[in-house]
Design a protein around this ligand. Structure first.
Ligand SMILES: Cc1cc2nc3c(=O)[nH]c(=O)nc-3n(C[C@H](O)[C@H](O)[C@H](O)COP(=O)(O)OP(=O)(O)OC[C@H]3O[C@@H](n4cnc5c(N)ncnc54)[C@H](O)[C@@H]3O)c2cc1C
Length: 425
């Protein structure tokens, strides 16, 4: 494998960094504090070609390779994980599946709008009672004359309040379990379709999260993507690509954390010297560089596999697992950041690495516990982050909620960011 970026890839990276610094960073704190989804930013992401970047040009994409897609996710993630969520969801979870599994008509109808950012799309798999066990969806699709009637609820759906199309996974025949699942491209203006905002997340505040309700939503036959029974493999292949982009986004978060740590270590003085002049601090920064480099190499390997359509669910999970936890990229890099910043780290870390920290907390909550099950949809990321935390006494073994003591959050579990930070620092 060639580890050198091509001139085009370097240019894409530079463009993405410039875009992130010019268009994302100035608003990121305000959007985050206000829990505001920046629809205009999503449009700009489309205009510059960062939504659906690997999609073929004839459908409005840029026809880029997976290395380039990863670099975009990395640079956008470095500035703001909420903005990176838009890139990942639209590209990997909606446009990608449509390009791979959709009919020509579906591609023509949806892809140009998704890639340009004029219309957003969301991925409706998770339900209030069904997460990792995706084969057991309760949303039902019933055949009608010339179409389908879909009823059910979807939970934690990113971009769900701002999308014009929802890729909805529904069961057509419960006895067939995962073989009965089907994927539908449902226009969100359909009668019976409604969405509700979910607020109070621990992080990713600028990312739109929705609960969707489908009350006998009628769609025509041409809304079905692929065949009845293809739903499960469509969902799984989309998640593989999504995990890759999340992994790349985590690399960006860690890079952002490193950049902030270096800047702080150079600027802050103790005992008449900048922090950066102390060997112990240099050691911490060097370790961050090492871990980030390892993450980047893993993502490069993943991009090669994805480009050749050889990305397996195991490898995709590894991709998300390693950058976000095993190398302890997010937690460890952020914790170095916290430690370097000491008392002000609580604030600094929240400003600089908030998203990273939150992603870890969220993924531990949402995906980590399922790690033990070894289920197919499991993101191993989080389970291992817990293990990592446990080895450091941050979370008593088996008491996975304990590090989030404090106020009640939307997950119905107690949460306190400050507590979490204190435990780690
Ligand atoms: C910010 C955010 C954005 C999201 N965006 C989307 C999106 O766009 N689209 C979408 O479809 N989903 C989305 N999700 C949902 C996410 O993908 C799910 O959280 C994930 O699939 C896990 O589901 P769950 O959280 O319901 O937990 P589950 O996996 O259902 O786990 C629930 C509980 O059951 C336990 N458990 C699960 N399996 C086993 C087992 N085999 N043995 C023992 N215990 C088990 C777990 O430990 C946990 O305690 C998002 C979530 C978040 C937080």
């Amino acid at each position: 494998m060639d580890f050198t970026y091509s001139d085009e890839q370097k240019l894409i990276r530079e463009t993405a960094r410039e875009f992130a610094e010019g268009e994302i960073l100035p608003q990121v704190k305000e959007n985050d504090r206000a829990e505001r989804f920046d629809r205009e930013l999503a449009r700009k992401l489309g205009e510059i070609g960062f939504l659906g970047a690997p999609v073929a040009e004839e459908y409005g994409g840029r026809g880029l390779d997976y290395v380039s897609y990863g670099l975009i996710a990395e640079e956008i993630g470095r500035a703001d994980s909420s903005a990176r969520t838009v890139v990942s969801v639209v590209t990997s979870l909606v446009a990608g599946p449509i390009e791979k599994w959709g009919s020509e008509e579906q591609k023509q109808r949806w892809l140009p709008r998704l890639c340009s950012g004029e219309g957003l799309g969301c991925f409706g798999l998770t339900e209030p009672d069904t997460g990792s066990d995706a084969a057991n969806l309760r949303t039902r699709a019933t055949k009608t004359d010339g179409g389908w009637s879909i009823s059910g609820q979807k939970m934690w759906i990113s971009l769900g309040n701002h999308s014009e199309v929802a890729l909805i996974f529904a069961q057509t025949d419960p006895e067939k379990q995962h073989r009965g699942l089907a994927a539908f491209l449902v226009p969100t203006k359909s009668e019976g379709f409604s969405s509700q905002e979910i607020h109070g997340k621990m992080g990713l505040h600028g990312s739109d999260t929705a609960e969707l309700t489908l009350d006998s939503v009628r769609v025509d036959d041409d809304a079905l993507m692929g065949e009845v029974g293809d739903g499960f493999k469509i969902a799984m292949s989309a998640l593989d690509s999504g995990r890759y982009s999340v992994a790349a986004g985590c690399v960006g978060i860690c890079q952002g954390s490193l950049d902030a740590s270096v800047a702080y270590a150079k600027q802050r003085e103790q005992f008449g010297r900048p922090l950066a002049s102390f060997q112990l601090v240099q050691d911490k920064l060097s370790r961050m560089v090492g871990e980030i480099t390892a993450m980047q190499l893993l993502c490069l390997r993943l991009s090669e596999l994805a480009g050749d359509e050889r990305l397996t669910p195991g490898m995709a999970s590894l991709a998300k697992y390693s950058p976000s936890s095993r190398f302890s990229g997010s937690p460890r890099a952020s914790m170095y950041n916290f430690r370097l910043a000491a008392a002000s780290g609580v604030i600094t870390a929240m400003l600089v690495t908030d998203s990273m920290f939150m992603i870890d907390l969220l993924s531990q909550r949402t995906d980590g516990k399922a790690h033990a099950s070894g289920g197919q949809t499991v993101d191993r990321a989080a389970g291992s982050a817990f293990a990592w935390a446990e080895t450091r006494g941050a979370v008593p073994t088996g008491e996975r909620h304990l590090w989030c003591e404090g106020r009640q959050c939307d997950f119905g579990m107690p949460v306190s960011l400050i507590d979490g930070i204190r435990r780690f620092s």
